[in-house]
Structure formats: C-alpha cells, structure tokens
Design a protein around this ligand. Structure first.
Ligand SMILES: Nc1ncnc2c1ncn2[C@@H]1O[C@H](COP(=O)(O)OP(=O)(O)O)[C@@H](O)[C@H]1O
Ligand SMILES: [Ca+2]
Length: 520
C-alpha cells in the first residue's frame, strides 16, 4: 500500500468507526427511550387524573353540614319563632345565613300574660316542638336560642316591673326545658331593635362588604316604631348614635325608636285625644265619637277604658264610659287628627322629627318592613308616587264599611276596620314625622322579605350575638370554588396535551434517526 492508500484506508476506518459509534448510540437510545417515555407519560397522566379527582372530591361543597340558631321575636302583638341555618364552615361570610323556618305562636304577645305569667312560657310549646323536628337531633345541644322582647314588654315593664319580670322568668324557664343551648330572654332596647333591623336588611342585601351605599331601615310594630340609617350630617344626640365596625368598614348609624308610636298604641293615643276633645264635657253615656279614620257606616259601641289601658295614654285623663264609635271615612280629616299625636312645638337640636327627638335629614334608600309592609301591601300602595298613594287611600277610607267587609270576607274585622287609620298614620309618620317628601318617596321600598328571610331585627340580633359578622373582612380564597375546579381541569388538560405533543414529536425524531441509519 502506498502512502495515499494508507491515508484513505485510515480515513475510511475513521469514518466507519464514527458511524459505528453513532449507530451504537441510536441503538442504545431506541430500546431505552420509548418505554421510559411511555411509562413516564402514563405515570404523569395517572398522577394528574388522581390530582384532579382528589381536588374535585376534596373541594366539592361538602354534603351541606349546617348549623342552626333560634330567635324568638316576642313582639307586642304576637311572638314568632325564627330558625336560621348556615353552612358550618362559612359562618363568617356575608349572606350565608338564611331563614329556614318560622312559626307563629298562637295567641297574643307575651306581655298580654301579665295576669297569668305561666301562660307566657306555655304558649311557646308548639313552636319549640316544631323547632325540635326541624333541626337535626345531633345539632340540638349546640343550637343557640335567644328570646328578645320588644315594645309590649317595655310598656309592661314601665307599668308593672314585677309582672314583666315574672313573664320573662316564665319564658326563660320554658325555653330551658328544650334540648337547645339557651342563651337568654330579655327586653331589648329600642336602639338595638333599630340597629339590628338595619344589620339584617344590609346583611341580606349583601351591602356590607361592598363600597355601595347601605339601606336605611324602617320598622313599624304594634307598640313602637324604629328609624335607622347612615346620615350625611353629624349626629347631635348621643342616644341616637350607634357605631359598628363590620367586615373592615366603619358605620356610624342614626337610630331612634319611638315607644307608643307602633300602630296599635298610636291608635289608642289618637283615640284618647279625640275622646278627650269630644267627650270630656259630656257626662251622658252613649255619646257619639264621629271618627274620620273609620269607614262610613262603621258603628260600634265601645268603652273608653279600652283606649286608656296603657302607659301611652296616661297623660290624657278621662272617666270611664261607653260611647258610639261612628265612622266618617274622611282621609284628610283623619290625617289632621293623627298630626295631633306628633309634638312639633319644640326642638332642642338643629332639626327634629317630633317630640323633641333629633333626626338628620333622611338620606338614601330605605326598606320599610313589618306593619309598614302589611298595611301598604294590603291596600296595594307599595309602588305609587306619594300623590297617587294619597288619592287611593282617600278613596279607600271613604268606601262604606259594608262594602269593605263584602270585599274582604276572610279578614278579621278588627284588622279590616283599622287599615284606613293605619295607612293614614304611616303616611303622616313618614311625611310629617320623618320628613320624607314626594321627591324621595320612591326611595322607600316596602318589603317583607329579602330572599327567603324576613326583614326584622331577629337575624341581626343573632348575627351579632354569635359573632358571625367579624369586625375585619375575613381572607377570601384566590378564586371561587367553581373557578378553582375549572382552572385545575383546564391546566391538567393542557399538561396532558403537552405531554402528548412531546411524545409524538419524540417518536417522529426517533423514526427519522432510524431511517437515517438504515439509509447508511
Ligand atoms: N297581616 C297583617 N295585617 C296588618 N297588620 C299586621 C299583620 N300581621 C301583623 N300585623 C301587625 O304588625 C304589628 C307587629 O307588631 P309587633 O312586632 O307585634 O310589635 P312591636 O314590634 O311593637 O313589639 C302589629 O300591629 C300587628 O297587628
Ligand atoms: Ca316587631
């Protein structure tokens, strides 16, 4: 072999050996890579499927584990038992508590048992038994029960403290006899009644964690009425101011409760004033009281005493006697007579509602509930402007009593006869008392419920006593549960897809490499 030949042979050997090396490498990769990649892809896929499955199961709303609370609203006219329910793990979130059930206690309010205190406790029996059926047995012992008594008991306490204590003892004794967690029975203050009504409506409207405005609360009962709202002006009287810090926001509320200005007591007050001015100097029995607030043709014999059996009329003095109560059905005269129950002759502040009570000007939207709703809803007066509302009411009041009874044969006559008075009182209270005008009349919404929960003080009372509205906003998850699941699924699918693409690409490049080798 010459030198040239030597070199060629050397180069060919070198080329061959490098080919041998690369062929060796591919041969090594081929049997090793494919099963490993398939295995890895399979393991990752299974892992992802397991991960998604676990996160779905783990995060799906657990089979609703609920907690419960019971509040008894011992009002002046009757007692209602409210059962609330909420998901156990979400009690600090807004809007989670809902009203599960209500039960109306048969008979009158607990204050009517002043002569038979034991009857007050016994009257709760049926509704409390119902609560035992509705709340799952294993939750009974941890379910709090609160009883709050309002203006009927405030009046009884004024009149006869001993009797009011006996009535409260009786209901407390009765409630302790049930398997729930008894938390107390007490007369709540007018300010609490107003403020907790405000919390209820704003909690249910989910206003509390948003920067939007809040809803004022107007509550009309039988013995008292409450107005509560966030005012624009400074609150000049300490008694009318309540501050809350809820979900990280500060609220400075104006609230006032007018004892004796619920619709049943104000009827007595108004009647007492009318009787005083008409009958005072007349000594004969069977004198007439011609009353513009009752329908024409309404004619009943009544006893003066039935309007003077309350501390609300103690300033008016009259001898007992019977009188004929005759209806006239004149709305504007009725309003004139009702205006006399508001004393607007003095005001020790920059502005007042009536009876020398400070009130800033009303501001924002209001929810008017309880008897505000019952009366206005019955008369179909919840959605008109003020002028039309007055016109319609004038027509209703002037309708003969006989016709009214024919039109509503199933409504209790006592209720039916008083709707004209009650609605006239409502308009007068809102316009002359609280200073609403025809311009902001539309800001008043007459409401019974928000969602499936009643507007009233009871829910706010329970939320407060169970610390279910935290002062600071609780941490919220990054995304809602549904969003989280969707994100996890999509993300896992994306990883799967990438793995698939990676596998396809890898197979192709391996085949190409094999082809290259076979060509060589
Ligand atoms: N369907 C109805 N129609 C008219 N008035 C009603 C109706 N249901 C309840 N009321 C009245 O609502 C008022 C509720 O007051 P209540 O809560 O018992 O008193 P308070 O809050 O002053 O202690 C009572 O005057 C009662 O007669
Ligand atoms: Ca009430």
């Amino acid at each position: 072999m010459d030198e040239q030949g030597e070199i060629e042979t050397h180069q060919t050997r070198q080329h061959f050996s490098s080919l041998q090396r690369s062929n060796f490498e591919v041969k090594v990769k081929n049997p090793w890579y494919r099963p490993v990649v398939i295995f890895l892809a399979a393991v990752i896929s299974v892992a992802i499927i397991i991960m998604v499955a676990i996160s779905v199961v783990q995060n799906k709303p657990l089979k609703q584990k609920c907690k419960y609370g019971i509040v008894l609203d011992a009002g002046s006219s009757h007692t209602s038992v409210f059962i609330y329910e909420w998901p156990a793990e979400k009690e600090n979130n807004t809007g989670k508590v809902r009203q599960k059930h209500t039960c109306n206690v048969k008979g009158k309010g607990i204050s009517s048992y002043s002569n038979n205190p034991n009857g007050a406790g016994a009257s709760l029996h049926e509704c409390m038994e119902e609560a035992k059926q509705i709340i799952p047995t294993h939750r009974h012992h941890e379910t709090p029960v609160y009883l709050g008594a309002t203006a009927g008991m405030r009046l009884l306490e004024k009149e006869n403290k001993g009797a009011s204590e006996k009535v409260l003892d009786s209901v407390a004794y009765s409630l302790k006899g049930y398997p729930f967690s008894y938390q107390g029975a007490r007369i709540i203050k007018g300010q609490e009644e107003g403020a907790f009504g405000w919390i209820t409506v704003n909690y249910l409207s989910e206003n509390l964690r948003k920067p939007t405005g809040t809803l004022g609360a107007l509550d009309l009962g039988g013995a008292s009425t409450q107005i509560t709202f966030v005012p624009q002006q400074k609150i000049e009287s300490h008694d009318n101011s309540i501050n809350f810090r809820l979900y990280g926001n500060d609220y400075h509320l104006y609230t006032h409760s007018f004892l004796c200005y619920g619709k049943d007591q104000v009827l007595k007050l108004s009647m007492a004033k009318k009787l005083e001015s008409t009958l005072k100097d007349k000594v004969t029995d069977h004198t007439e009281l011609r009353d513009p607030c009752f329908h024409p043709g309404f004619n009943f014999t009544r006893n003066v005493q039935s309007f003077f059996n309350t501390p609300c009329t103690e300033d008016v003095k009259m001898a007992n006697r019977n009188f004929f109560h005759l209806g006239l059905g004149n709305w504007s005269q009725c309003q004139q007579s009702i205006r006399k129950v508001f004393n607007t002759s003095y005001c020790p502040y920059s502005r007042c509602s009536f009876n020398g009570v400070f009130q800033p000007s009303v501001d924002g939207d209001f929810g008017a509930f309880s008897a505000f709703f019952f009366v206005m809803d019955f008369l179909n007066l919840t959605s008109d402007d003020l002028a039309v509302t007055k016109q319609k009411l004038a027509t209703y009041c002037s309708t003969p009593w006989k016709k009214i009874k024919e039109n509503h044969p199933h409504i209790k006559e006592k209720y039916l006869s008083e709707y004209c008075f009650s609605a006239t009182y409502i308009l007068t209270l809102l316009e002359d008392g609280y200073n609403f005008t025809s311009d902001n009349w539309k800001d008043i919404q007459f409401i019974k419920k928000i969602g499936d929960s009643d507007a009233g003080w009871t829910l706010g009372y329970m939320l407060n006593l169970t610390n279910m509205i935290p002062a600071e906003a609780p941490d919220t998850p990054l995304m809602p549960h549904e969003g989280y699941i969707t994100f996890m699924l999509l993300f896992s699918l994306l990883i799967l897809l990438l793995l698939l693409l990676f596998y396809i690409y890898f197979r192709r490049s391996t085949r190409t490499a094999q082809k290259d080798i076979s060509v060589i």
